[in-house]
Design a protein around this ligand. Structure first.
Ligand code: BT5
Length: 318
């Protein structure tokens, strides 16, 4: 984020109430209209900033997810509607019912707590109170987009965390989000498709934020609050993630898959590592992860043979 934007944030943070645009302008030696532009940019990034015609601006650290529908993210040219639930089995199932009934692209289900959350291959996902658990309904037209979409979601989460919190994450193929070597978040993509036509895609995102972690994953996982040493308000984070997701999705729709792959590679924790890959048919390849190709497949070199992996489960072993 630009230096002046950080200064504006600092000033907003230092007050509990409103601060006028002219006061910020004076303090930074900038015009009021510049301040207004910066505030709008901060809003786009995800920050919740209220405006009062006389009093000015006020930054809100909203953590209560039940308020999320009141603060939809700013995504140009799209209508985003957020459905909040206190508790459900899986947001994927709730979103699936909505999508089946015709819910449009941009429908989002977010819940405080999931009692039956799932990861890929029906693995269990822990989703206690305090985390960020959501499903986004997308309606891309072609199946070819699905592959790139998987990488794009990881890139989107990583960029959102960077622009909002200044946190640098790495991506494990295809889309685990790692912070300081531990799993901070995961992505589950489920699609309903017929032949080459996609009816809808459910993008499930789980990010550990202020939640506790159960002993089963404590050693391999982490949370934002643990790493940053403070609680992180979740509504700005939700807005940042959704906005970033649509940015990356739009790039795919415009045919710029290679840009998404390039951004993924810049954040890769997998390329250059020794990996053990379990393929969908159950077979295992162990070798060096040498690249991710132009459509997002993992290239593994094992005993002089190059394998191009479409889908599978990767373990870093060295
Ligand atoms: C994933 O699966 O990483 C995808 C997780 C997606 C969860 C979201 S939450 C919102 C939406 N609704 C759902 O029902 N699901 C999605 P996978 O790559 O298969 O990783 C699963 C593995 O991660 C488990 O076997 C555990 O080892 C580990 N794990 C489980 N809970 C975790 C947590 N909270 N944080 C980090 N690791 C966890």
């Amino acid at each position: 984020m630009k230096y002046v934007a950080l200064r504006v944030l600092e000033i907003l943070r230092s007050r509990s109430g409103y601060v006028s645009g002219s006061e910020i302008a004076k303090e930074l030696g900038l015009s009021r209209s510049t301040i207004n532009k910066i505030v709008n940019e901060l809003r786009r990034v995800g920050y919740v900033i209220e405006t009062h015609p006389r009093l000015g601006y006020r930054l809100l650290d909203v953590d209560d997810l039940s308020l999320a529908p009141q603060y939809p993210p700013i995504v140009e040219g799209r209508r985003i509607s957020i459905h909040y639930l206190e508790r459900c089995g899986s947001t994927q199932d709730v979103a699936d019912s909505l999508a089946r009934e015709g819910a449009p692209e941009g429908t989002i289900v977010v819940a405080e707590e999931l009692t039956n959350a799932r990861g890929r291959l029906s693995r269990k996902w822990f989703a206690p109170r305090g985390g960020l658990w959501l499903t986004v309904v997308l309606r891309p037209r072609f199946v070819e987009y699905l592959h790139a979409l998987s990488l794009a979601v990881g890139v989107a989460i990583s960029k959102a965390l960077e622009s909002l919190l200044g946190v640098e994450t790495r991506l494990k193929w295809p889309n685990d989000v790692l912070l300081n070597g531990r799993k901070l978040g995961g992505v589950l993509i489920e699609a309903r498709a017929e032949a080459d036509r996609v009816d809808y895609v459910l993008v499930g995102i789980g990010i550990n934020v202020n939640n506790d972690l159960p002993p089963e994953v404590e050693r391999v996982a982490t949370t934002l609050s643990k790493e940053l040493g403070r609680r992180v308000p979740r509504v700005p984070l939700l807005r940042a993630v959704i906005r970033s997701l649509f940015d990356e999705y739009d790039r795919i729709l415009r045919g710029r898959v290679s840009d998404v792959v390039r951004d993924w590679k810049e954040r890769s924790a997998t390329i250059g590592r020794r990996v053990r890959v379990r393929l969908v048919d159950g077979s295992v390849i162990e070798g060096s992860a040498v690249d991710v190709d132009s459509v997002g497949r993992l290239v593994v070199e094992s005993q002089g043979v190059r394998h191009v992996v479409d889908a599978g489960d990767v373990e870093h072993v060295g």
